[in-house]
Design a binder for this molecule. Sequence first.
Ligand code: UTP
Length: 408
Amino acid sequence: MEYDEILHTLQTYGQEHLLKYYDSLPQKDQECLLKQIADIDWSILKLLQSGKAAEEKGVLEPLGALELPEIRKKESAYREIGKKAIQEGKIGAVLLAGGQGTRLGFNGPKGTVNIGLSKELYIFECLIHNLMDVVRETGSWVHLFIMTSQKNNEETVSFFQKHNYFGYDAEHIHFFIQEMAPAVGYDGKLLLEEKGKLALSPNGNGGWFSSMEKAGLLPLLHEKGIEWLNIFAVDNVLQRIADPCFIGATIDSGCASGAKVVRKASPMERVGVLCLEDKRPSIVEYYEMTEDMIHLKDENGNLLYNFGVILNYLFRVDKLEEILHTTLPLHMAEKKIPCLDANGELYRPETPNGYKFETLVLDMVRLMDSCLPFEVERSHEFAPIKNKEGVDSIETARELLKQNGVVL
Ligand code: UTP
C-alpha cells in the first residue's frame, strides 16, 4: 500500500498520529512502518468499542470428567495405548513459549528463569526433564515444537543451544515464531514503540497451529506420522508432557481432543472450566459464569462445574487441519505496554496503560467436536509460575516441586 492509501485508512480510524514521525525517518524505516500499518487487523478497534469478547456465549451445560478413581482402575491399559502411540511416532508436543510473562516481570523469556536454590534449575529445564521421563519410559524421542515470538525467539533459541537442549535430542526440537498484534492505549490510539515502529506484542496463544503452518511445519508432521499434538504452557513446571496415560485415555475415548483438568480448589476459584456450550466442548471463564452455575451441585453434593483447565491439551492433527482457517474470537487484555510518550521518548509503565489483543488456545477446544476432560491430581501436576509473589509464583512452585521430590 502507498503512503496516501495508508493515510486515508488511518484517517478513517482516527489513527493519523502513527505517521507523526514519518518524515524524519530513513526510507527503509518508512517502508517498514507502512508495511506494519498495512498489516493491522482493524477489528481490534471494533472490539475496543464494544468492550467485550467478539462472541457471546451459547447455552452452557456441565460436562463431567474422567475422574481419578476411574483412571486408576484403567491406568495400565491407557498407559499401554499411549506408549504404543508414542513409540509409533504418532505424538508430538508443542510448548507455547511466545508470551511475555508480564505479571512475572522478568526481563527475558519466562522459560529462562532460574528457580533453583542450591543449583541452577531453569523453567525450560524442568519441562525438558518432565518430557525426558516419557522418552525413557517409551525408549522414543518425541518431536517437540517450541513456539516463540519475535520478541524472544533469538534469546530462547540461543539459551537452548547454550545449555545443549538440557540433554534433549536437538533433531527432535523445532522452533517456530508466532504472529504479532498491535496494542492500544486507554484512549483508543494505537501505540508506537519507536518512531518508525508500532508497539507490537505476541497475538496470544490461539494462533499456534496456523503459525506452525506458516513456518512450514505441517509437511513434517505428515512425514513423521504425527497424529496428535500435546499443547502445553511454559509456566507449569510440574506438568506431565506427552503423558502416556492421558494420551491412551483420549485415544480410547474416541474424542478429537483431550484436556487435563483439576478439581477446583473452591467454587470461586478463578480458572476456566470445561463444560458444554451449545452441546460442544467449551471453556467458560470464571467471570462468565453466573452465581447459580458456580454453586450448582449434583445429587451427591459435587459441584457440576468443577473441573478447571491447566493449559495442557491433546488435539488430533486432522481435526486441527480442518479448523485451520476458522477465525478465533479476539480477547482484550489490560497490560503494561512500553511505548513512546507525547515527547517521543520510550517509557516503561509500572502499571497497565492499555490493551493487547489475543486469540486463545482455549477457544480451539470449542472447534473440536469432542473433548475428554481428564482429571489430574493438582498437587502432582499443577505448579504454574505466573506472578512475582503470592499465588502461582516461583515460591509456590518451588514448594510443590519439593513436595514432588525435585531437588532445587
Ligand atoms: P499467559 O496467559 O500466562 O500469558 O500464557 P503471558 O502473556 O505469557 O503472561 P502475562 O499474562 O503477560 O503475565 C499462557 C501460555 O501461553 C503462552 C505463554 O508463553 C504461556 O505458556 N503464550 C501466551 C504464547 O505462547 N503466546 C502469547 O502470545 C501469549
